[in-house]
Design a protein around this ligand. Structure first.
Ligand SMILES: [Zn+2]
Length: 118
């Protein structure tokens, strides 16, 4: 049997870490429900060309980081929502229980090792 309480705790902890990282880099657009990178605060009014380039690069980096983090967060949120369902911990492809070790490593897993997509 899966220890759902423990899994939930782990999921919530992971969610909080992800939220913190996302908040560091951007903000949630309440209209679209999507996270968007925000440019770094301008702390100095005088900026030279290099500064601007650095800032742009930084913004690009944030954006791509957030594109990785956001689906991960959504996956975790979905897992937390579905944790009390009977289908929780079952592979979405073959409907068999997901390996315990895999669930422990990744509680938001939706498929067994055999049907692992990535
Ligand atoms: Zn499977």
């Amino acid at each position: 049997m899966l220890d759902k309480k423990k899994i939930k705790e782990k999921l919530e902890k992971e969610r909080d870490v992800l939220l913190e990282q996302l908040r560091d880099m951007g903000k949630l657009n309440t209209d679209t429900g999507e996270w968007e990178a925000t440019p770094e605060e301008m702390d100095q009014p005088e900026t030279d060309q290099n500064d601007m380039a650095d800032r742009f690069e930084d913004f690009e980096k944030r954006s791509s980081m957030m594109k990785v983090l956001e689906p991960r967060l959504n996956n975790i949120l979905r897992a937390i929502k579905g944790i009390n369902r009977e289908s929780f911990g079952m592979c979405e492809v073959c409907k068999k229980p997901i390996e315990m070790a895999r669930m422990e490593a990744n509680p938001a897993a939706r498929t067994c090792k055999k049907h692992l997509e990535n």
